[in-house]
Design a protein around this ligand. Structure first.
Ligand SMILES: [Ca+2]
Length: 257
C-alpha cells in the first residue's frame, strides 16, 4: 500500500506550494519566468545585473537567465540591464508586473560607442508630484544640461551615426501630456533639446525607451573628439523665473550603421 502511494505520488506529481509575494512575479513554468537571453543565440545569460535605480535595487540572473524582482513598484520606473560584452539595455516598467519580462540582449560591436550607463538627472530638483515619473526621481540634478565628449573612429562614408537614448522619464511636454505620461495638466514644458557638436539636431518630446536619432553626417568629425549635449526644457507657464523640467535618463550610446 505504501509503495502504491509513492507510485501514485510520482505519477500525479508531488504537490508544490507556491507563495505569492507582493511585487514579485510568481514562477509557474519556465515560460512564465522573467528571463534574459542572448538575442542571437537565444541561450540564457547568467549573471546579468538587473537594476532598478529608483529603488536602489539590483539582482542578478541565475544560470537559466531567470530573475525575480523582489521590490514593490508603485509608479512606472526604469529597469536597466548590464553585462560585460553586451550593449546596455533599459526599459520603463509599469506597476502591473503580471506578464513575465523576457529580453534578448545584443553583444556590443567594436563600433559601438557607449557614452553613459549611469542614471542622470537634469533640471533644478524642483518639480510637481504630478510630473511624469516624479516618484522615481532618485538623484540630484547635475544642472540644466548634460554634456559629454567622445571619440568617433572607423566610420565609413556609407555609414551613419545614430544616437540611442536607452530610457528617458520625466518629460512634461504637451505631447507627453497627450499620451498620458504626465499628470501636470495646468502647465507644460518645452521639450529637451539635443545638440551634436554645438548644433541642435532634435527635440525629445516624449518619454520612452530606445529612442533613436540619426546624426547628420556633415556634423560628425572622424577620428576626433565629438560632443553630445542634452538640455532640458522649461515650464512655459512660468515667466517670473526659469523652472527647468526635471528629467532622468540612462544608457546613451552611439551606433555606426
Ligand atoms: Ca523643475
Amino acid at each position: 500500500m505504501k509503495k502504491l502511494f509513492i507510485i501514485l505520488l510520482l505519477i500525479l506529481g508531488i504537490p508544490t506550494f507556491c507563495k505569492t509575494i507582493n511585487g514579485e512575479i510568481t514562477k509557474q513554468s519556465k515560460k512564465d519566468t522573467n528571463q534574459i537571453y542572448d538575442a542571437q543565440t537565444n541561450l540564457p545569460l547568467e549573471n546579468v545585473i538587473v537594476k532598478i535605480p529608483s529603488k536602489n535595487y539590483y539582482t542578478k540572473t541565475k544560470k537559466d537567465g531567470s530573475f525575480k524582482l523582489q521590490t514593490q513598484i508603485n509608479a512606472p520606473t526604469i529597469m536597466a540591464l548590464e553585462k560585460n560584452g553586451y550593449k546596455p539595455y533599459s526599459m520603463t516598467i509599469g506597476t502591473n508586473l503580471n506578464s513575465p519580462i523576457n529580453i534578448g540582449i545584443e553583444k556590443t560591436t567594436p563600433k559601438d560607442i557607449i557614452v553613459e550607463t549611469d542614471m542622470v538627472h537634469i533640471g533644478d530638483d524642483s518639480f510637481s508630484k504630478k510630473s511624469a515619473n516624479a516618484n522615481d526621481f532618485c538623484l540630484k540634478s547635475v544642472g540644466a544640461f548634460y554634456t559629454k565628449d567622445f571619440n568617433v573612429k572607423n566610420i565609413n562614408k556609407s555609414e551613419n551615426l545614430f544616437l540611442i537614448i536607452g530610457s528617458i522619464i520625466g518629460i512634461d511636454t504637451l505631447e507627453a501630456q497627450r499620451l498620458g505620461q504626465s499628470g501636470v495638466l495646468t502647465a507644460y514644458s518645452s521639450p529637451p533639446e539635443l545638440y551634436f557638436n554645438g548644433n541642435k539636431i532634435s527635440d525629445i518630446k516624449i518619454n520612452g525607451d530606445n529612442q533613436r536619432i540619426k546624426i547628420p553626417s556633415e556634423l560628425v568629425k572622424q577620428n576626433q573628439i565629438n560632443n553630445v549635449t542634452l538640455k532640458t526644457g522649461h515650464n512655459l507657464y512660468k515667466v517670473s523665473s526659469i523652472d527647468y523640467d526635471d528629467i532622468e535618463f540612462t544608457n546613451l550610446m552611439f551606433e555606426i550603421k
